[in-house]
Design a protein around this ligand. Structure first.
Ligand code: XMP
Length: 517
């Protein structure tokens, strides 16, 4: 499959670039910025390279750089923002601190069309754009002088060299961000690059993704006994179907009821999967998890303990089944936030990635590791999973354990489980469940005074968090009508005896994260 790679210079949008390229239908991957020329050449069907933005200045001592030799391998290159400056800098041009920063939507003026056509031929990056375009800028430094062989293709008031190209070498730069939606025709620019300049084929389609993963499953685990951690979410359910279609009875799906799962989850899982040919084992392990978590308050420690207890359970099941592989539904964003890429910091040890113990007996296999959430949902649809699974909100691996701040107890798990169910139920009733990324409750380890039935009460507050997101990397809190929030709040305080106050979380990500721990 034709492929583009994005070299990550630490910009917050590196993955957004990759998403946009995949949305065009071309496979793309994010790699560390200092990947060597030899490694790049070895990548099969590599059609183009994009240098991402980044927070550094090219003159900083520790500025991330790419290997200069990549400009000579004959594969088209597009630099975005910092990447644009780096191309100029590494090839003999000049980058300077602009008189002021340039942030937000800016008018981009393209060089006269006639001149461009003559100058650039048919494979222009800015082909079929208007003479004046709205673009989104976010930078301080500017390219002041171009290297030899490069020409300007567009300017803004602040950045005379806002876009450039070297037609012979097929190297392009844009100071603005075509990947963000504020750049009106950003998609067209990325299409021009991926399809016309790189000549990449649009093979990244659901049917091809399924065929590729199926081939990989055949090659890696076809003749082995395998267990799979089934959580009831779309990722693990999709992994289960993909693997089971290839290896049938050799797969045992294991659903562990940790005591930290959603409301009536075990019944739900049994009901959904009893109709399929999947071999399912339900392991009740409440006590084991609560015992392991007793007295623990640190979020990362909770994740690690929950991860380890899961693995202990899986090890035992695997022994009984004589299995030596554990399939997990890890997806791309899980790996990014657990720090797989060089410039991304480890935000949280998502239990199915970073929280695993070092001395694992089972080999881990993650068939969906390179997919973004919406891609997994498309796969799930194609595989015929029921809507209840496909449209389900994400539920974290450590479950309610990270939605109870402070020590986790069975009583607290019960409170937060019922509160979360009410949030989801009210969202469903209002027809909003599928329009938000997640809606859930968090229990705080404090109490406050209230008045209920004319008497003073001193009880827990519950936080309601309802958020919108496209890919889990960034989030906005959902601006819901007050009536819906009021219905949620009233139901929680009426139906859950231990709660007398409900607060709505109005933070975005960043600076907050979606979960509270
Ligand atoms: P955060 O809180 O990191 O959440 O903004 C992003 C998405 O990831 C989910 N999440 C987890 N999933 N194990 C998981 O499998 C974890 O430890 C974990 N922590 C967060 C979270 O629910 C959200 O959808």
């Amino acid at each position: 499959m034709d492929k583009l790679v994005i070299l990550d210079f630490g910009g917050q949008y590196s993955h957004l670039i990759s998403r946009r390229i995949r949305d065009i239908g071309v496979y793309s991957e994010v790699l560390p910025s200092d990947v060597s020329k030899d490694e790049l050449i070895k990548i099969k069907d590599l059609k183009g390279i994009i240098l991402s933005g980044g927070a550094a200045s090219v003159y900083d001592d520790d500025a991330p750089k790419c290997n200069k030799s990549i400009f000579g391998i004959g594969i088209p290159i597009l630099g975005i923002c910092y990447g644009h400056q780096l191309i100029a800098y590494l090839n003999g041009g000049e980058v300077a601190l602009g008189e002021s920063g340039e942030y937000g939507i800016t008018e981009l003026r393209l060089l006269d069309r006639g001149r461009r056509a003559g100058l650039l031929g048919k494979n222009m990056l800015l082909n079929s754009l208007n003479t004046s375009e709205k673009v989104w800028m976010n930078h301080c430094d500017i390219v002041r002088k171009l290297p030899e062989g490069y020409s300007i293709t567009a300017s803004t008031d602040h950045s005379p060299i806002a876009a450039f190209e070297n037609g012979d070498k097929q190297i392009y730069g844009v100071q603005f961000h075509p990947e963000v939606t504020h750049t009106e025709h950003g998609n067209r620019i990325l299409e021009n690059f991926a399809l016309d300049i790189c000549n990449a084929k649009r093979d990244w389609k659901t049917s091809n993704i399924i065929a590729n993963i199926t081939a990989e499953i055949k090659q890696k685990i076809a003749s082995r006994k395998v267990i799979l951690g089934l959580s009831g979410g779309v990722d693990s359910s999709t992994s289960a179907l993909l693997v089971s279609r290839v290896i049938g009875e050799n797969l045992t799906a294991v659903y562990v009821d940790t005591g930290l799962m959603r409301y009536r989850e075990t019944e739900f899982i049994q009901q959904i999967f009893s109709k399929s040919s999947l071999k399912l084992r339900v392991i009740k392990a409440h006590e084991r998890f609560f015992n392991a978590l007793r007295g623990v308050t640190d979020p990362e420690e909770k994740r690690k303990i929950i991860g380890k207890t899961f693995i202990d359970v899986f090890d035992e099941v695997a022994e009984g089944e004589a299995a030596d592989v554990l399939v997990q539904g890890t997806i791309y964003s899980d790996r990014i936030e657990s720090g797989i890429t060089k410039h991304s910091s480890r935000i949280k040890s998502h239990h199915n990635v970073g929280g695993l113990p070092d001395n694992m007996k089972l080999e881990i296999y993650e068939p969906l590791r390179d997919l973004y959430k919406d891609e997994v949902r498309r796969l799930a649809m194609e595989l015929g999973l029921p809507d209840e699974i496909i449209t389900r909100h994400v539920f974290p691996g450590p479950g309610l354990g990270i939605r109870i701040l402070g020590e986790v107890t069975p009583e607290k798990a019960d409170i937060v489980r019922r509160a979360s169910f009410i949030v989801e139920d009210e969202l469903r009733k209002a027809g909003l469940y599928e329009r938000v990324w997640m809606g859930f409750a968090v229990l705080l380890p404090i109490k406050s005074v209230g008045i209920q039935g004319d008497a003073r009460s001193y009880k827990y507050p519950v936080v309601v968090r309802i958020i919108e997101s496209k890919d889990a990397m960034t989030t906005n809190f959902a601006k819901l009508p007050y009536e819906i929030l009021e219905a949620i709040s009233t139901r929680i305080t009426n139906e859950i005896h231990e709660v007398n106050r409900v607060v709505y979380d109005i933070s975005n990500k960043p600076p907050a994260t979606m979960e509270w721990e």
